[in-house]
Design a protein around this ligand. Sequence first.
Ligand code: GDP
Ligand code: ZN
Length: 290
Amino acid sequence: MQNNIIVRGIGGFYDVLTRDAKVIRCKLRGRLRLTMDRVLVGDWVEVTPLNDEEGVIEEILPRKNELVRPAIANVDQAVVVLACSDPKPDWLFLDRLLVLIEANGLEPVICFNKSDLIDEIEGYLDIIEIYRAAGYPVVITSAAAGEGIEELRTLLKDRVSTFAGPSGVGKSSLLNKIESGLELAVGAISAKLRRGKHTTRQVELIQLSFGGLVADTPGFSQLSLTGIKPQELQQYFPEFYEASFDCKFRGCMHVKEPDCAVTELVNSGKISKLRYQNYLTLLEEIEQMR
Ligand code: GDP
Ligand code: ZN
């Protein structure tokens, strides 16, 4: 990792993963304490080590992004997990998450889990292909059968990631599979923390043995598109955005405008009707909020 990163906060102390891959427990330099409630897990910090295990945080560096619920900073990517069954995929939900992820300055990855349910997944391969063609990294996994796990590890390696997606799709199962002995490791950490004060549990960044950090609590529980402007929405539909340069009108929203390259591609089947319909639904939602 390029920076020292706060991986957890506990009772006024912060565990910092340093550039040389050690975790040291730090407190804030006095003058920073005023800003204490603004310190987030994921924050990049400058530290002065006191010894092998302790240090002082001197400075909090500017953030590249900041998520709420759970509050976490500087996340590189969000892995949206869907299942082909139990629960069935909700494509509008997926598109909404993809928009939120990119609008927050993170890169999306789509993970299609429970591929061991063969009959179910086959019905979705065409739709999965639509997302691949639009440029999203897509990985098909089975936490149960151990499929696609190595590919997922490659995507997580050396990055800071959060998982997202509805409950029951297999996010925890995947994490346990990705990092064997994770449950043990997490248990060991909390046992150590329990010796300290009892505080409400915050999000933690878990160190992956092959390199990288992953949040232990799924992100993007807040699904409102507040703050996204109607004209901006198309940027988060990469396959529309490219085509939009051929629309007759500058600022074409691809709804009812004449000579719209996007609706032409929808009609000729080159842009998915499903994606277009979801775009219209989200666009209407954004317009109604204003
Ligand atoms: P989360 O809520 O997204 O964290 O999902 P969980 O990891 O708790 O999994 C929800 C349920 O799906 C559990 O009963 C898991 O055993 C099951 N599950 C998880 N991954 C798979 C998978 O790849 N295939 C199948 N068939 N079931 C899975
Ligand atoms: Zn257009």
